[in-house]
Design a protein around this ligand. Sequence first.
Ligand SMILES: *Cc1c(COP(=O)(O)O)cnc(C)c1O
Length: 418
Amino acid sequence: MTKLDQIRAAESRLLLSTYDRSPVLFTGGEGVYITDENGTKYLDLLSGIGVNALGCNHPVIVNAIAEQSKKLIHTSNLFYHEGQAELALRLAERTGMDRAFFANSGTEAWEGALKLARAHAGVLRSEGKQIGTKFLALDQSFHGRTYGAMSTTYKAKYREPFGPVVPGVEFVKFSDVADLRAKFSNEVCAILLEAIQGEGGIRPLTQEFFREARALASSTGALLIVDEIQAGMGRTGKWCAYQHYGIQPDITTLAKPLAGGIPMGAVLCTEEVARSFHPGMHGTTFGGGPLACAVAIAVIEAIEKDGLLAKATAVGDYFQERLRGLKEKHDAIVDVRGKGLMVAAELDSAELGKTAVAQMLKRHILINCTSDTVLRFLPPYILEKTHVDTAIAALDEIFTEYATGQGAAASAGGHQRG
Ligand SMILES: *Cc1c(COP(=O)(O)O)cnc(C)c1O
């Protein structure tokens, strides 16, 4: 029995059955490569679902963890430490926000944002304004797994087994301005969206819809909340994806790459919104601890020192250009989209999606498939064009083999795949 087999057997007995893991055991890594127990290197185009923005074991992160862990790892939020205000200032300067609350994960940041919006509506009501408690979320949205986040997440399979969900959530058709107008009223306390949907299939919102959401929210005092947990922190070539639209939300959330692999989330908001929280209304034991803050500060410094926003734009554009080239050649690719290093190729079949991910893994390249048919690439920001070339060559081979296999199966009278 290999070590991987032993672990698989043990996990199947000992863990809750929530994941369908790929059969690979990772034990190390460096830069854009992650290494399995046999020392085989995998080109990581997924970076732990958009978390390892600086790749594996970046010296800046290793150093920040080492230095801070020698000083102080945890204090609780009952006391001051050196990191929170410093990180809040850096994030505020880069996102156009005023204040921050730090949490431990994406879903927890999102919960904070929802609570802040409901509290803000309460403040407005106490000032005599007519405003309700309803949330408008978008079709195909993903905001997390805890109750509030799950209740604002579109896919029924994430919500239905756990009902009743949090009431007061209505879903609007993606980028459908007429549907948004029809569903918006002064019953709504916030419009919730991702500028570029991640789990929903790397779908950028239209400028027109985003502008209308901002205008409608402003017209009643409702809030525009943008979830940047996947797209934010430089992945798209700007600190936040909403900055590509020139639209400023009232609240935004960050997480995945925020502290370079150390769990951390953040709620950022305007001064006007911030006045709705008072001591005791919200909190966390671990959130914004000294270790996570020190690493997040180091991540921001490294992104700027190494010019990684410009690099994400350049290498991301190249990635899309090469995928469009593949699309010319392979009918199975129906769309290529994204921004910076948040890139997708939509396929014409879910079976091919699964096959492509498995075949890439065989070739030691990590990608995944979201929304059934969308190959998703969320590589570290340190990716080079040569790595893109490697991935494109592998995909070219896989699509060619698949089409050939399909042709052979069809001519042999077998079932067509897809
Ligand atoms: C991953 C993700 C979340 C949830 O983050 P967790 O850290 O997994 O709780 C929320 N929103 C978006 C857009 C995400 O991509």
